[in-house]
Design a protein around this ligand. Structure first.
Ligand code: 5RP
Length: 218
């Protein structure tokens, strides 16, 4: 089984959380894309979706799945998205695709967050994957200096602008012992829009695709 097949298996398993009439939050990335493709098969049963990126919105619309504005959708029942790293506590690093801000908003507005991934994403300690931090462009250098004070080595994601018109610093060298504390601390740096640690609002369910099939952590 390839890594992509494992992602697909996790995405297909998440379909069981979809209930008739739901408005579903949709993440971003290759695993979320598999979920969108699976959702297309049952699109007549749901009311619509809220997308966490322009890329996912386009894929949803291409399938004929309605995409709603979060402001009119209100509280969502379900959010389904991938991750770059996940722990057994369901703390995550996200933002490899640069959509972390909208992902965090949609996750916050959802009752249940189902995270889907291949099992290579499961780690004991977050931080081997460089932590994405979305920053306001004029604050780039200041935020980078502050991140160095926290022991990180920030690197500008070259040639990349987020859907919100901002920049991404990918922070290497972090060993994230206390994800809730670090998320809270880095969020306080002026100019930081969003930090890619999802621990204050972790996933509720983690579905991992592996060689021997799919397993679920709650
Ligand atoms: C995008 C994300 C993705 O969920 C994360 O990068 C995982 O991507 P993939 O499913 O392609 O492995 O956070 O901002």
């Amino acid at each position: 089984m390839t890594q992509d097949e494992m992602k697909k298996a996790a995405a297909e398993a998440a379909i069981e959380y979809v209930q008739p009439g739901m408005i579903i939050g949709i993440g971003t990335g290759s695993t979320a894309n598999h979920f969108i493709d699976a959702l297309a098969r049952i699109k007549g049963r749901i009311e619509g979706t809220v997308a966490s990126s322009e890329a996912s919105a386009k894929r949803l619309r291409d399938h004929g799945i309605p995409v709603l504005d979060l402001n009119s959708a209100g509280q969502l029942s379900l959010y389904v998205d991938g991750a770059d790293e996940a722990t057994r506590h369901l703390h995550l690093i996200k933002g490899g695709g640069g959509a972390l801000t909208r992902e965090k908003i949609v996750a916050a507005a959802s009752e249940k967050f189902v995270c889907i991934a291949d099992d290579s994403k499961l780690v004991d300690l977050l931080g081997a994957f460089p932590l994405p931090v979305e920053v306001i462009p004029m604050a780039r250098s200041y935020v980078a200096r502050e991140l160095v004070k926290h022991g990180g080595r920030p690197q500008l994601r070259e040639g990349f602008t987020t859907d919100n018109g901002n920049l991404i610093l990918d922070v290497h060298n972090l060993q994230i012992m206390d994800p809730v504390a670090l998320e809270t601390e880095l969020n306080q740096i002026a100019g930081v829009v969003t930090v890619g640690i999802f621990a204050r609002r972790p996933a509720d369910v983690l579905i991992l695709g592996g060689k021997d099939g799919v397993r679920t952590l709650k």
